[in-house]
Design a protein around this ligand. Sequence first.
Ligand SMILES: [Zn+2]
Ligand SMILES: [Zn+2]
Length: 305
Amino acid sequence: MLTPSDIVAPDKRTPGVMAIDPTIFPMLDSLYARRIKRLNAQAQLQEENGDYFRFLTKLVQTQQQILAQAPLDQAEATAIHALLKHGPDDAQLQPGLASIQSWQVAYATLAKQLAPMLPHDMGQILSDLSTDKTQLVSTAAHLLRSDYQQVNAGVSVVVWAALSSCWAQAVALRQDAAIAHSAAQAVCCPCCHAPPVASLVLGGAREGIRYLQCSLCEVRWHRVRAVCVDCGASGKIDHWTLDDAKSAIQIETCGDCKSYIKTFRLDYDPELEAVADDLGSLSLDKAMEEEGFMRIGISPFSFPL
Ligand SMILES: [Zn+2]
Ligand SMILES: [Zn+2]
């Protein structure tokens, strides 16, 4: 039986020969559905964090609702592409964010749905931000520039989700224009410049091929295996798991630059979903940090403090 996936099949125009796609654009509705399923599974498994998983389930359900009820139009997609072309350090970032309505509307929808699930003060912070455009724009700009410490961690998750639902649609709508720079050596997303969540080793027709998954626009980009994603060295790469070597969630460390990236082996377990399952395997991160390694990339559900 075929496992439902949000990953489009590879192009096989030449019989028997499969070119490696440098980037894979997600099928967003399937991706959200899969993420919700995995978050629900985690909520059952992790009793003590059940409330947070239920909050995240609601967050992704609201993203799914935004996608269905208020899809991005071509004009907004074009405006987002113009912003992405300049990168997050450009002076145009803040005025550009202020002029794009879709993500601000998405934020207001998310805040309205999520605030009642939170303690009163936190709910109030989320609601107040939807009516303070200057503050909302500057919060989004901090996150896009990786100044995570400038933003309350709870607010980060919701603002990022609003940006993500719009950025992901923008790159999917205009795939031809979406690649801002070459994916071949990229640590950050070739479409939107955001850091990866994790690395995926795919199964099926792309068996064994490694992609990094963007934490913001959900695009995956190809990076060869057994080479450090960050510094490009290959001499001191190690793989770690909590249990056996066939574990579907692994860590790849580089002894040269002391970085690590989490790897989801979809060839071992096609049900895994990087964003949801990352949160279910934070004990691996803790173990790696105790060994002195720094994580490459971020989790959009758990921003660095
Ligand atoms: Zn991206
Ligand atoms: Zn390295």
